[in-house]
Design a protein around this ligand. Structure first.
Ligand code: SF4
Length: 218
């Protein structure tokens, strides 16, 4: 039987308020960048395989020196790599980010495309990054599945899937479209604060009554 995912999201949203967005500046560099497609795209590439605090350090450092798409497109990838080192994989990410900016300028008139198919053609942009940009920066309902969303959706019994892509399609099937963007926003926060990967704090969990993995008696 399908669980009531809307009820789960309601409970999580009342617990976590603002939700998660990995590229938020820790220095308050420019609050508008947090919902600007270009800055969200670059911050989401930086966020791959690292923690949010590392993403913030790297994106602050990059955008402090190169604040625009044109500036990054003209930058030396080795210099970008030094700036983004805190996010890990600096050489790979720097090359992808510079190339991304060149493609956006050369093929999209200096804008970030909104179609998933177009986003997927950019370097280091997979389904998770594309959905994150559409959802957080463009307000287009999208299910952005990272490791937290994949892990916790399976723990709860919302889905029974083997990989993030299958989780994305299953969540799109069972969740109302107007809640798709809430899935990442609240489940990521839950994975960072309560449903921790190695030691879930089920006794503090607001959705434990709806979770298949909650120990008996809680
Ligand atoms: S009850 Fe435990 S396993 Fe289930 S979502 Fe909550 S913290 Fe995670």
């Amino acid at each position: 039987m399908n669980k009531d995912i809307a009820k789960i999201l309601d409970a999580l949203s009342s617990e976590y308020g603002g939700g998660a967005y990995p590229g938020r500046s820790s220095e308050g560099l420019n609050p508008e960048w947090e919902c600007d497609p270009f800055h969200v795209l670059i911050a989401t590439i930086l966020s791959q395989r690292t923690r949010d605090d590392n993403t913030r350090k790297a994106s602050d450092s990059l955008f402090r020196k190169y604040g625009t798409m044109e500036a990054i497109a003209a930058a030396d990838a080795d210099d970008v790599a030094i700036l983004i080192r805190p996010a890990g994989f600096p050489t790979q990410k720097a090359r992808a980010i510079v190339e991304c900016c060149r493609i956006l300028i050369g093929e999209h008139g200096g804008t970030v495309p909104s179609e998933t198919e177009d986003l997927l053609l950019l370097p280091m942009v997979g389904r998770k990054t594309a959905a994150c940009v559409r959802s957080y920066a463009m307000g287009i309902p999208s299910v952005c599945v990272d490791t937290h969303v994949h892990r916790i959706s399976n723990l709860m019994g919302l889905v029974h899937t083997k990989d993030p892509e299958a989780t994305e399609f299953e969540l799109m099937r069972i969740a109302p479209q107007d809640r798709w963007s809430d899935i990442n926003r609240y489940i990521v926060r839950h994975g960072q604060e309560v449903c921790l990967p190695r030691r879930p704090r089920c006794e503090k969990c607001v959705v434990r009554g709806m979770c298949d993995s909650c120990p008996p008696g809680l």
